[in-house]
Ligand binder design. Structure first.
Ligand SMILES: *[C@@H]1O[C@H](CO)[C@@H](O)[C@H](O)[C@H]1NC(C)=O
Ligand SMILES: *[C@@H]1O[C@H](CO)[C@@H](O)[C@H](O)[C@H]1NC(C)=O
Ligand SMILES: *[C@@H]1O[C@H](CO)[C@@H](O)[C@H](O)[C@H]1NC(C)=O
Ligand SMILES: *[C@@H]1O[C@H](CO)[C@@H](O)[C@H](O)[C@H]1NC(C)=O
Ligand SMILES: *[C@@H]1O[C@H](CO)[C@@H](O)[C@H](O)[C@H]1NC(C)=O
Ligand SMILES: *[C@@H]1O[C@H](CO)[C@@H](O)[C@H](O)[C@H]1NC(C)=O
Ligand SMILES: *[C@@H]1O[C@H](CO)[C@@H](O)[C@H](O)[C@H]1NC(C)=O
Ligand SMILES: *[C@@H]1O[C@H](CO)[C@@H](O)[C@H](O)[C@H]1NC(C)=O
Ligand SMILES: *[C@@H]1O[C@H](CO)[C@@H](O)[C@H](O)[C@H]1NC(C)=O
Ligand SMILES: *[C@@H]1O[C@H](CO)[C@@H](O)[C@H](O)[C@H]1NC(C)=O
Ligand SMILES: *[C@@H]1O[C@H](CO)[C@@H](O)[C@H](O)[C@H]1NC(C)=O
Length: 519
């Protein structure tokens, strides 16, 4: 099986290199047979799975999901870009990597993050086992800014670095190209970021050494705001509107935490028009991502690497458009914001759907598992999901519950357009509807095996608690905290406390971050 190349690859890779030095005659054949698999990771920005976010990427679904697995239960452990991306890179929960929000002061690409956490991120390990590595696109929201080392700073482990300075943009941006600033305007043929990172990845493939495996990470701005579609896609989906089912335009209700009790309900028509427009334009921007996936698969096939390459397609967090009368954003504890798309194809993967719960903190250990790194030597909270995808390669266990944690963002001053809500809010729309607040700070336990429950505690002045039974109430319309047996709340509270203080999986001094059952 091609997949057997995926593991034990490190040792065999080293042997192959030694052999190459001795026997240059069989150079190509030996290298090809001994190499671990290549990996391509595509991380979309804010692409939901719950509201049909995968619908526009038809080719990606066919070429990645249908050719491999589509996870039905993939989650982020924190529904905001910078904390989530930091979890993907380090395999750690936010309370362990300590990136709290999208600001430098919250450790987003901060000097402390760079010297402590980023130095232990997966690219460092991949580089150690001689992967050729490429990064293209958005990285961490504060990357490249003054105070974050400027464009000259390139994180360890990357051979070819083409990272966006700051937050998602399609045009008029700066890139750090291996530490040198490259500025771009708004000419589609030379500047459109999704296309540009794809083109650069093709150059990387052309110039790679065929003796060593490669790792490519592509992080297009789509479908993040400002939703600038490529010219050829600006009229696509002209009749599409945000889905009206579930919690769309429903009141948050009295039984939800403070922030969710504020939105105007029913929503103003202007808000609905705004979110429908956003929904349509999000889908338009994803068409370029779909072309990128198709182009990559074609190229990998052409250079005869497709059957030895894993391709991951995922997003940093989910998204909402009108759920509980919140216009647009992420940051909430509900399914629409914490569930993410996850599709994977590659050697040994059985084409199948999979229900196994998988988290973004599992990405890094999975990549290292594929690369043949000994996971016992790596401090990560997550665990490889290679066993779920490729049972012929690995045996595994499924987690029984996990943590979602989020620190709300706010502004210390009162928004002049909305004095009645006071200071401490952010991401406010007209009508005083705000998407975030300092006290939108919560930690949740989510169970999936057996009971399908979500239990959340807020760090606000009410110590608010929400509990949902996702089996009976998939759209989380009813908080059942006052209806259940108090011993259930106690159990959930104890699990939460344990998870919030959990440390790396392989240390013995603190509770482990996992509680697993065999599958
Ligand atoms: C992978 O594809 C190449 C080129 O098509 C082929 O030579 C090789 O045998 C394939 N390997 C496996 C394990 O299928
Ligand atoms: C930022 O991370 C460092 C460790 O890398 C930690 O000491 C510090 O407390 C963190 N800051 C915040 C605001 O969490
Ligand atoms: C890019 O910047 C130029 C100069 O400021 C501006 O005229 C143009 O509208 C911008 N383009 C986009 C797509 O934002
Ligand atoms: C990407 O490459 C294609 C094919 O060479 C070219 O047509 C396109 O203009 C390039 N786009 C960017 C943004 O570099
Ligand atoms: C809002 O839209 C609905 C449905 O399109 C329409 O019936 C209603 O009159 C509109 N309200 C206002 C205030 O424009
Ligand atoms: C998919 O995987 C599950 C669990 O491993 C298995 O029970 C099922 O038969 C598989 N279905 C297909 C079509 O392979
Ligand atoms: C992995 O590392 C652990 C801890 O250093 C060691 O005990 C174990 O033997 C290693 N496993 C392999 C397969 O090398
Ligand atoms: C999985 O476990 C079974 C039973 O212990 C064993 O026979 C099989 O070889 C294992 N498979 C892998 C890929 O390790
Ligand atoms: C981000 O986190 C830091 C540290 O907790 C805090 O000082 C800052 O106000 C937060 N930023 C926002 C926008 O909430
Ligand atoms: C949450 O923060 C807002 C804004 O600072 C404040 O008005 C509100 O009373 C707070 N609510 C709770 C329950 O802490
Ligand atoms: C959740 O809902 C399901 C289906 O209605 C029910 O069987 C189960 O007992 C409920 N669990 C709790 C804890 O309420």
């Amino acid at each position: 099986m091609a997949g057997s190349a995926a593991h034990a690859g490190r040792d065999r890779g080293a042997v192959a290199v030694a052999l190459l030095l001795l026997l240059s005659g069989c150079l190509f054949r030996c290298a090809a047979c001994a190499r671990p698999s290549n990996v391509v990771v595509i991380v979309a920005d804010d692409q939901d799975v719950q509201l049909g976010g995968l619908t526009p990427v038809k080719k990606a679904k066919e070429l990645v999901g249908d050719a491999g697995v589509t996870f039905s239960n993939a989650f982020t452990v924190s529904p905001l870009c910078c904390p989530s991306r930091s979890s993907m890179l380090t395999g750690k929960y936010p309370h362990n990597h300590q990136v709290r929000n999208n600001s430098l002061s919250g450790n987003c690409s901060s000097p402390a993050w760079q010297s402590n956490m980023e130095a232990l991120a997966f690219p460092v390990y991949l580089s150690k086992v001689r992967y050729q590595t490429f990064y293209g696109g958005k990285y961490l929201n504060q990357y490249g800014r003054k105070g974050a080392g400027d464009v000259g700073y390139v994180p360890h482990g990357w051979d070819q670095w083409n990272a966006l300075v700051g937050n998602s943009a399609y045009y008029n941006y700066s890139l750090s190209v291996n530490g040198k600033e490259e500025t771009h305007g708004d000419n589609y043929n030379t500047d459109y970021l999704t296309d540009l990172i794809f083109n650069r990845s093709l150059e990387f493939l052309k110039n790679r050494s065929p003796q060593r495996p490669f790792f490519i990470m592509l992080s297009p701005p789509a479908p993040h705001s400002p939703w600038t579609a490529a010219p050829q896609y600006q009229t696509s989906f002209s009749n599409v509107k945000a889905p009206r089912d579930g919690s769309f335009n429903k009141p948050g209700g009295k039984d939800k935490h403070w922030l969710l009790r504020q939105p105007v309900n029913p929503m103003a028509n202007s808000s609905i028009n705004y979110l429908d427009d956003a929904f349509r334009r999000r889908w338009q921007t994803l068409l370029s991502v779909d072309d990128m996936v198709e182009g990559l698969v074609k190229k990998l096939d052409e250079i005869q690497e497709l059957n030895n390459t894993y391709i991951f397609y995922l997003s940093d967090n989910g998204y909402h458009t009108g759920q509980f009368s919140l216009p647009i954003d992420k940051r909430q504890l509900y399914e629409f914001d914490i569930r993410v798309p996850l599709m994977v194809r590659g050697p040994g993967i059985k084409p199948n759907q999979t229900l196994a719960p998988v988290l973004n903190i599992d990405l890094a250990p999975t990549l290292l598992d594929i690369a043949g790194v000994n996971l016992s030597t790596v401090n990560m909270d997550g665990q490889s999901f290679l066993p779920y995808m490729a049972p012929s390669l690995r045996n595994g266990t499924a987690r029984s519950f996990f943590l979602v944690e989020y620190t709300g963002e706010g502004h210390p001053s009162v928004d002049p357009s909305c004095p009645k809500l006071g200071p401490g809010l952010s991401e406010c729309f007209p009508d005083c509807v705000c998407e975030d607040a300092y006290n939108n700070t919560y930690a949740c336990v989510r169970t999936l095996t057996g009971d399908n429950l979500q239990y959340c505690e807020f760090a606000d002045s009410e110590s608010f608690v929400e509990l949902y039974n996702l089996t009976a109430d998939p759209h989380q319309l009813e908080n059942i905290v006052k209806k259940v047996d108090p011993t259930l709340l106690q159990t959930m509270n104890q699990r939460l406390i344990k998870l919030q203080s959990c440390r790396y999986l392989y240390t013995t001094f603190s509770p482990r971050c996992e509680s697993r059952v065999s599958v």
